[in-house]
Structure formats: C-alpha cells, structure tokens
Design a protein around this ligand. Structure first.
Ligand SMILES: Cc1ncc(COP(=O)(O)O)c(C=O)c1O
Length: 442
C-alpha cells in the first residue's frame, strides 16, 4: 500500500539516499510502483516499456510468478544460515551452475553482485597462479569496488585512482572504431598481436589472468570478431595465464546462449556473473571456476568470505530463474526475436542519417549515433539528454551512453519480449532519432 505521493517518494529518496554515478542534485528518478513482463508503471500509473531490462539484468521480465513464489516460499521456510552451513537450495544451485556453464567449469563461490564476483575472481586467480597482474581492456567495466574498478578500463576508474595495483590495460577489438586504424577487409587482427606484445612487455610469469567481458556492455556493446575469443584462449594457454570471462551483463541468455563465450565455443578458466542469474529479483553473483582451480583449493586455504555467501533467498531465486529460462524457452526467444531485432536495426540505420553503427547479438544491442558518418564524431551530452527526454515522455526507458566514448542508445529488453512489443519500443526510438537526425553535420 502506497502512503507517499509520487513527489514525496522522489523528494525523500533524493534527500536521504545517494544515487549511483550522478551529481546528486541532478538526478531525476522515476518512482516505480509496479511492473510486469517488459513493462513497468510509475506511481501515477504512467506505463514504460523497459528497453534496458532495468540495468541489463531483468532478463526474464518483471515479476515472473514462479520466481516471486520461490522467494516467498524460501522466505517462509528459511531466510538465512551461517555461510559455513548450507541449505538445499545452495546445493542444488551449485550443481545447476556447473551444468549450464561451459566445459569443465564446476565450482562456484557465491557473492551478492558482479563487483564482488570480480573481487573474488582476482583473489582466486592470484592464489592459483602465484602471479599478481591482471590484464583487462580499456573499453570495459568490471564493477565499482577498488579491485574491480582497477580492472575497469573506462573513465570510472580514473576518478577513484589510485586503485588496487596490478591492473594493466590493453586495446579493444572494436571494429567500428578500430584502435589500429584497420578496416574489416584488411584487418590482420592487430588487436591480437597487440595483446601478445603487452603480455611480453608485462612479463608472462607475472600475469595471473586476462579478464574480458563476454561481449562488452556498458562501454558500447562491442562484439569481437569470431576468432577473437578463441585466439585469446590460445594466448592464455601459451603463457599459462588464466582466462576470465566477465559474464555479469552478457550472460544468462542475453546473447542467445547461456553465456556469451558459448557463441565462440570457448571455455574460460573462470566465469564471473551476477545480474541475470536471479534477474535482479534479489541480489546474487557468482565466481565459477574450472575443476582444476577447484581442486587447488581442496588443500589450500581460501582467503575469501562474505556473510551472505550462499544466501538462501538468493539461491532459491536463482534456481527458479534458471528454470524460467528453460521452461519459457527464453534463450530460444532471444535468438528468434534477436534476429528480427537485427533486421529492424539495420533498417533504422538505413533511414536515419545520425545512426553511425548498429551492433547486435541476441537481444543485446546498441545504436551508435554520430554527428557525421565519416568523422564518426559523437553527439554532445546535451543532445543525448534531449533524446532521453523524448524517450521518457513517450513511455520508453533505456540506458543511454553520452560521453566522449560515444553517444549510444541501448536496446536490451527482457528476453520474453515479442516482435510486436519490440516494434512498439523501436517506434519510440525512431521518434527520438528525429532529434539527432536534425543535428547531423554533413
Ligand atoms: C560486465 C560487468 N561486470 C561487473 C559489473 C558490476 O556488477 P555489480 O553492479 O552487480 O557490482 C557490471 C555492472 O554493470 C558489469 O556490467
């Protein structure tokens, strides 16, 4: 039962709670009252299409009755036990994670989110290899805590430096803005040669792991060429370096496979994940390691711990969420509707002069806007803010990137979306593109 007005919810929230990644005086939150499937409503009843699955995590859609019931049932039975004890849901979830992750990935350390998962992956990789450096890409985000932000390549790290020592960054396989100045036709995978050079300069025997997002999310939806992941796997094997796939955003059906690396049949040594594991209904993250790494800790102390390691409510929610992916055929839907989304995005690009590039895999996609298709100059944040206003006024919520790394509208809806619902949302996106089309410079 709501007792506050919409305005009171906003005002009290702003006065007494901090909001992420923002100048506090400038935040403009939507007070959300209810949600179902791909939609949510504000407390005054205005409906929004959720085109970003909130923060790219509500993959199964909002308020799925099976997951809500699983949380309610678990809460009624047993909310919490000491992390050194265990529960039936923890046991079953551990086994299920080993089943859905690729190859010999076997044993999970359960956390509460993605940053914590990466923190613990860093520790485990360092303990296992006895090496201290970690290589990560510039266009990446791995979480806001001091170790995870040390891996993060983007502007969010710069603001909080100095961070954990040992993080080293390398350039990305970003074909639309190739850092090596290459074109698709003449590309010789300079990105791979570059990575090997960085490994040699940094000392292979000092490098514990290379961590990469399965498909880069918040840094612009960067899908690597098909041989990229396999070739990085080869480099890791050559130098005895562990390979970590950060599947916090790209996992759980988002790309049309359980995990993004499955698109290239690569088995990393460690997968870190969160978000879609429970679809955000309650917090959970996981570090899932290979059987070899798991075996290593059989007779060695694991210096890692969390009060909420293996939280019963989270485990119950994750089990039910994974069942929904399977029973509702959501990953299959991501493939079918994802193919349609790709066609629609290409058509949008052909009709809107401000669209420089569209990138998509499954239901993970982005529309990159440019002031000029030749120079590929990004739009000013003020233009992206105008676009955001049009989207919001017309009842569409999504993630927008508006900085010197690019001006991008993300299209990352829940995996239960239909083609008709997708069309409904894309029509609003096209309306907003009139704003950027009008500001193109030839
Ligand atoms: C690829 C990736 N890794 C890690 C994180 C951090 O996850 P969390 O916000 O749950 O700590 C995120 C969050 O967006 C992410 O996208």
């Amino acid at each position: 039962m709501t007792i506050l007005t919409s305005q009171e919810i906003i005002e009290l929230s702003k006065e007494y709670t901090f909001f992420s990644w923002s100048v506090q005086g400038q935040v403009n939150p939507i007070p959300v009252g209810k949600a179902k499937g791909i939609y949510f409503w504000d407390t005054d009843g205005k409906r929004y299409i959720d085109f970003s699955s909130q923060l790219m995590n509500t993959n199964i859609g909002h308020q799925h009755p099976k997951v809500v019931k699983a949380i309610q049932d678990q809460a009624a039975e047993l909310c919490f036990v000491h992390p050194g004890n265990t529960t039936e849901v923890r046991a079953l979830l551990g086994k299920k994670l080993a089943e859905v992750t690729p190859g010999n990935l076997k044993k999970a350390f359960l956390t509460l989110g993605g940053a914590e998962a990466n923190e613990n992956a860093i520790k485990m990789a360092r303990f296992y290899t006895g090496r201290h450096k970690l290589l990560a890409r510039y266009r990446s985000y791995h979480g806001a805590t001091h170790g995870s932000i040390a891996l993060t390549g983007d502007y969010r790290r710069l603001a909080v430096e100095p961070v954990m020592p040992g993080g080293v960054h390398f350039l990305d396989p970003f074909c639309y803005r190739c850092p090596f100045g290459q074109k698709k036709e003449s590309c010789k995978r300079e990105c791979i040669a570059h990575l090997e050079e960085v490994i040699k300069y940094e000392g292979p025997d000092k490098i514990a792991a290379i961590i990469m997002e399965g498909v880069v999310g918040s840094n612009g939806l960067i899908i690597p060429p098909d041989d990229y992941w396999p070739r990085v796997r080869e480099l890791c094997d050559k130098y005895g370096i562990l390979l970590i796939s950060d599947e916090v955003m790209s996992g759980w059906g988002r790309t049309g496979k359980w995990f993004a690396v499955d698109n290239w049949s690569v088995t990393p040594d460690i997968i870190t994940t969160a978000k879609g594991i429970t679809s955000g209904y309650v917090p959970l993250g996981a570090v899932i390691v290979s059987d070899k790494i798991a075996q290593f800790f059989e007779d060695k102390y694991l210096y890692a711990g969390l009060t909420y390691n293996g939280h019963a409510l989270s485990c119950a929610a994750a089990l039910a969420t994974i069942e929904v992916y399977e029973d509702d055929h959501l990953i299959e839907n991501a493939v079918v509707v994802g193919k349609y989304l790709g066609e629609r995005l290409e058509s949008i690009k052909s009709r809107h002069i401000s669209v420089g590039d569209v990138r998509y895999i499954g239901l993970f996609s982005a529309i990159e806007l440019v002031v000029n298709r030749v120079t590929k100059e990004s739009f000013a944040p003020s233009v992206m803010a105008e676009i955001g206003t049009v989207l919001r006024q017309n009842g569409l919520f999504t993630f927008i990137m508006a900085n010197n790394m690019g001006s991008i509208i993300f299209v990352v809806p829940p995996l239960c979306i239909t083609k008709e619902q997708l069309d409904e949302g894309l029509a609003i996106v096209e309306k907003a593109l009139e704003t950027s089309d009008g500001q193109v410079k030839h």
